[in-house]
Design a protein around this ligand. Structure first.
Ligand code: ZN
Length: 154
């Protein structure tokens, strides 16, 4: 039986922001725990390498994603899908966790973007893509971008 890498048991939508609770399989919480994951992500979405990330280490994003929380990678994938499908001037993401309060493997992913439907579509597609990449597949990136574009409000 295979265990899902990521699930999103609750999502809150407010003007300009979507916050998702994301549960990550505790045996695979870092990208280094999932062989080839970050490489497949960067190959499928080369734009990830151009993101800026306040990682406090001044690492290039491509390097950062190679050894970070899987949910942090998910955040950047969702942002990239928004950049490609529903670009907006002000968008940003954040990944936080407090395992003592929320339980081990429980993350909070924040996406700030003016279009809530596009943001929800990007989150849904990003969850599916990371799951596929985690099992060695390539995923349908163009289909994901098309879905974000299809639901966006303007
Ligand atoms: Zn980041």
């Amino acid at each position: 039986m295979s265990v899902r890498l990521l699930t999103a048991p609750a999502i809150e939508v407010a003007p300009g922001r979507v916050e998702a609770r994301v549960s990550c399989d505790v045996a695979r919480m870092r990208t280094t725990d999932v062989s080839g994951l970050s490489g497949r992500a960067l190959e499928a979405l080369p734009g990830l390498a151009r993101h800026t990330c306040d990682n406090g280490l001044d690492l290039p994003v491509a390097e950062e994603l190679g050894d970070t929380e899987v949910v942090h990678l998910l955040e950047h994938v969702a942002i990239e899908l928004l950049l490609r499908g529903a670009p907006a001037k002000d968008m940003r993401g954040g990944t936080r966790w407090d395992f003592e309060r929320d339980g081990r493997g429980a993350f909070r992913l924040l996406l700030e973007h003016p279009d809530d439907l596009a943001t929800l579509a990007a989150l849904k597609c990003a969850l599916a893509l990371v799951e596929v990449w985690a099992t060695g597949g390539t995923g349908d990136v163009e289909g994901a971008i098309a879905e974000v574009r299809r639901v966006r409000r303007s």
